[in-house]
Design a protein around this ligand. Sequence first.
Ligand SMILES: C[S@@+](CC[C@H](N)C(=O)[O-])C[C@H]1O[C@@H](n2cnc3c(N)ncnc32)[C@H](O)[C@@H]1O
Length: 197
Amino acid sequence: MWDERYSTDDYLYGTEPNDFLREHAALIGEPPRDVLCLADGEGRNGVYLAGLGHRVTSVDASAVGLKKAARLAEEKGVALTTLHADLTEHEFAAESVDAVVSIFCHVPAAGRPHLHRQVIQALRPGGVLILEAYTPAQVPRDTGGPDTPDRTPTAAELDAAYAELAIELSRECERLVVEGRGHTGPGCVVQFIARKR
Ligand SMILES: C[S@@+](CC[C@H](N)C(=O)[O-])C[C@H]1O[C@@H](n2cnc3c(N)ncnc32)[C@H](O)[C@@H]1O
């Protein structure tokens, strides 16, 4: 499905980073830091962070998306590592990164407990998780996001899954999300930031 969606010359969500990430990227710390960009698709967020000087690995299940991410990195003159993996199964090395960035990573509910555990495992002490995703309230809207609530987390789910981290921000809100052809207007999102103790 995603390979097909990404099989166009343009970038579905544009080439500019997500606003919430841009606003909070400084929390990752002075570059270079090791950063995992989950479900990074065509790479706009990973390439942005690499441009700040971080060592970024973009993970996605779409080979077509990752190829475009690599092309975007090359065009911008930055280094980007790509990893083709299913996040509902993949295991990350323990304490291997300083930040995990998860922007509109919408995997099925059944796979999310595994993913949440992997995020906690991958972070080094002091490492930060920066996450924005659509909530179930977005599903009936036509401005982007999954067409089933099963793929949308809530703040309550994240609060519970990451209770052992220091949660710095956890809120559901509506904001204008305009990102390429894929995200085209007001959206109901959860914004979440937590740091490993
Ligand atoms: C809405 S797009 C967001 C892409 C990117 N984060 C952005 O904001 O531009 C969702 C991405 O999740 C990826 N994805 C969906 N299920 C996945 C899974 N189980 N493992 C890895 N990636 C997955 C898709 O391939 C797609 O690139």
